[in-house]
Ligand binder design. Structure first.
Ligand SMILES: C[S@@+](CC[C@H](N)C(=O)[O-])C[C@H]1O[C@@H](n2cnc3c(N)ncnc32)[C@H](O)[C@@H]1O
Length: 154
């Protein structure tokens, strides 16, 4: 099982898609405040989420709280500025992946706190700015899950 961390997410429909993605892949979802919405937001709920899908979520007041909660996990920072292509690492169950807010990306202090090989990027053609947050989470989470042979999936 993997941990997905959204650092200060801003757009409710992205988080709604990611809640469903995590529920369907067995990943735990961590949201680090401040959030750009509440968990009751109609745009988040519009993803048609079932009650049980919210069970995978932990909301943290600060990044320090989240980091303490995941202190035993290997942390990967997912960024357009990542040094390493996301598909070239070997992932193991228990790895954690942190993603930045839609308009700002991850702050330098979080990016700088992980080794270069754990700062990962999804390739894009030259001149591109970034992918959609929920698409990026899906790509990275499915690559990690594929590498553990879709453990507990069918
Ligand atoms: C819309 S992007 C933020 C754009 C911001 N200007 C940046 O360059 O990071 C939101 C988040 O999606 C993820 N993301 C989007 N495209 C990515 C890519 N090609 N490689 C890695 N992460 C990406 C990152 O976690 C990023 O912080």
């Amino acid at each position: 099982m993997f941990d997905i961390i959204l650092f200060q997410p801003e757009i409710p429909s992205n988080t709604g898609n990611i809640i469903r993605l995590c529920a369907n892949t067995g990943a735990r979802l961590h949201l680090v405040k401040p959030l750009g919405f509440t968990l009751e937001d109609r745009l988040l709920r519009r993803a048609g989420l079932d009650y049980h899908e919210f069970a995978t979520i932990t909301v943290h007041e600060t990044w320090a709280d989240c980091a303490t909660c995941l202190k035993d996990s290997r942390l990967f920072a997912v960024s357009t500025k990542g040094a390493q292509r996301y598909d070239l690492n070997q992932y193991v169950a228990g790895d954690a992946f942190i993603f930045g807010p839609e308009t700002r990306g991850l702050p330098p202090e979080i990016l700088g706190s992980v080794p270069a090989q754990q700062r990962i990027r999804v390739p894009m053609v030259p001149g591109s700015r970034s992918l959609n947050l929920s698409n990026t989470v899906a790509l990275v989470l499915y690559e990690a899950w594929r590498q553990v042979d879709f453990e507990a999936g069918r």
